[in-house]
Design a protein around this ligand. Structure first.
Ligand code: ACO
Length: 389
């Protein structure tokens, strides 16, 4: 046993503080989470994705002009920088497309790992340890700006189509919708998807954010840190499947079948997808705004989700009277994404895009420290040393 460190952390490190961060926090008991000094749900409702990107990466919102509807010089400069990142050089697009076409049957999350790695090599991503602050900011911006095109390209390759060229003038959200659907995005779809993306940029020290920071703590390059985080997020216990809640709604079919469906699933020992949360003990603040957004978008699936929610919650209350299980972010996320024209297989990759902005901010923050993560384990194998056989 390692006698240097007799502390034994709980399984999964639950509740253990392993780093300081000024990027954001989740206050589960209060049903509240924030980015920097602002309520994340208010940011999602009132700011553009680009503004939230600036806040998370640099610590403040681009300065306002003070005149209604006018853009400040700082905001305009930031818009120009983000559009540059969204543009993705043609040579990079061609090379990455060729690599993705080697395994057109791979799932999109796997293609994202490959694509981010190739992109890092093509743009000369260097070890964080050897990079100065402007170089680190530049690669953080380029990598996060590359993701919307990459998700669109991976989907195109999977469906046997040619990836589209980006249209940065549509902004981060509009450009992404264009890349996937090939249609001019509606203002309603851009607003709805922007809310979802803003709400999912960061959420405490979850497994993928921690993973990104562990790799960054070694001084490795930013792309390597993002690729590791992508691997963590792809697992069913994490990025999971926002599509599962939508699959459940398909199964239910109509509101009058919801109660029986919920009782049958619980009797079979199953969990109801889209309900409950590891940190929030009441409402998940993300689901509240997405619920309103789904209602605004309307449509059959949104109506079904709204009609089914209370019935399912009532059955869950009976099932677990001591544990309030409420709709979580995934319950309405799928409804919103589908209403915006995104296919189900892109739900987790879409979540990955916004989370990449959060990861890159965490990677930069971690890279400013010099301490490598190096916890201990408890040895539980046969006593050692024993004579060789
Ligand atoms: N349906 C039925 N029972 C549930 C559900 C649910 N959705 N959620 C929790 N429970 C039960 C658990 O089985 C547990 O019962 P037990 O004590 O008899 O074993 C009890 O409620 C307490 O569970 P928690 O401690 O709250 O659950 P935990 O924190 O471990 O898990 C989780 C949280 C994984 C989100 C869980 O609620 C769940 O599996 N929900 C369904 C899947 C889902 O919607 N995932 C997306 C979450 S949002 C996100 O991660 C981005």
């Amino acid at each position: 046993m390692n006698t240097l460190n007799p502390l034994i952390a709980p399984l999964g490190l639950a509740g253990v503080v392993v780093a300081d961060t000024a990027i954001g926090d989740v206050r589960g008991d209060e049903g509240f989470f924030h980015y920097r000094q602002y309520d994340a749900t208010q940011l999602a409702e009132h700011c553009t994705f680009e503004q939230v990107w600036h806040l998370v990466l640099f610590g403040d919102l681009p300065a306002a002009d003070g005149t209604e509807g006018a853009q400040s010089a700082e905001d305009a400069a930031w818009t120009a920088r983000t559009q540059g990142a969204l543009a993705v050089d043609e040579t990079i697009r061609t090379a990455v497309t060729q690599v993705l076409q080697v395994t057109p049957q791979a799932d999109v999350m796997t293609m994202l790992r490959t694509g981010v790695s190739v992109h890092g090599s093509l743009v000369g991503d260097a070890a964080l340890w050897d990079s100065d602050e402007p170089a680190k900011e530049q690669i953080a911006l380029r990598t996060a700006g590359f993701l919307p095109w990459l998700v669109g390209a991976a989907y195109a390759v999977r469906t046997g189509a040619q990836p589209r060229a980006p249209r940065p003038e549509l902004g981060y959200v509009g450009n992404y919708l264009w890349l996937v659907t090939g249609a001019e995005p509606s203002a309603d779809a851009v607003r709805a998807l922007s809310r979802y993306l803003c709400l999912t940029v960061d959420h405490g020290f979850n497994a993928s954010t921690f993973t990104a920071r562990v790799v960054a703590s070694t001084g490795a390059d930013l792309s390597g840190s993002v690729v590791a985080a992508l691997g963590a997020l792809s697992g069913p216990l994490h990025g999971g499947a926002p599509s599962r809640a939508l699959d459940a709604l398909d199964e239910i079919g109509s509101a009058d079948r919801a109660e029986q469906w919920a009782r049958d699933r619980l009797a079979a020992g199953e969990r109801l997808m889209g309900f409950g949360h590891a940190v929030y003990r009441g409402l998940d603040p993300r689901s509240e705004l997405l619920k309103r957004t789904a209602a605004e978008l309307g449509g059959a699936t949104a109506e079904l989700a709204l009609a089914v929610e209370d019935t399912v919650v009532a059955v869950l209350d009976e099932h677990k009277p001591d544990r309030p299980l409420r709709a979580n972010v995934e319950y309405y996320a799928g409804v919103v994404m589908e209403s915006c024209g995104l296919p189900r297989e892109l739900f987790t990759p879409t979540f990955t895009m916004s989370r990449t902005v959060g990861w890159t901010a965490h990677i930069l923050e971690q890279s400013r420290g010099t301490k490598i993560f190096r916890p201990s384990s408890r040895y539980v194998g046969p006593p050692a040393p024993q004579p060789l056989p």
